[in-house]
Design a protein around this ligand. Sequence first.
Ligand SMILES: Cc1cc2nc3c(=O)[nH]c(=O)nc-3n(C[C@H](O)[C@H](O)[C@H](O)COP(=O)(O)O)c2cc1C
Length: 182
Amino acid sequence: MGQETRSRICERGYGVRILISYFGYTGENSTVAMLARSVAEDLGRDQEVVISAIEPQRPRSYWNWLVRSFLPGSRVSIKPVVSDLAPYDVVCLGLPKWTFSCPPVNEYLHRIQNARGRRFCVFLSYGGWDEERYLKALIRAVDRKGGTVIATLAMKRSRLLSGDFGEDVARFCRTIRSRNEI
Ligand SMILES: Cc1cc2nc3c(=O)[nH]c(=O)nc-3n(C[C@H](O)[C@H](O)[C@H](O)COP(=O)(O)O)c2cc1C
């Protein structure tokens, strides 16, 4: 365990503080929410984890989202959400893979404060194509905010629905632990 991590535990009486912020199209029933809960359960065994849902101010139809998802960087208004990252050591961002862009998440990234120097992890649920390019774009977006992505997980929707994803989540969480010397 590194000196920095050890002194933080002494200060707070707890380990690394982790924020999981996620957006799922169908809210709590979405595969992204399922993934967020699974990551929180694993990391929450030995760390303090806060989960925060990113929610658009108003619902939109599939076709409305689809058109917006073709516009890189497009944003929509979202409900109040944990956006000051200062209290957290690690921020996990969960989202669906949407064409070129996920507007509620773009707005969240626009809104966050104190991202500079912070470690991020990204997890995705996707239908079946183009997830690698999408992940790279997200890594660049986090980089522009001054953060660094230390772990990624892209999971096919069909795999999530089959329930056979525990080992992938465990590997993702092991990477997060090892990069934070937890
Ligand atoms: C507007 C929109 C655009 C999408 N674009 C893609 C895409 O480009 N590639 C892909 O693999 N899946 C795409 N999907 C499918 C979602 O990534 C997939 O259904 C994911 O599991 C959704 O997560 P959720 O359960 O949280 O809604 C798209 C879905 C929507 C609604």
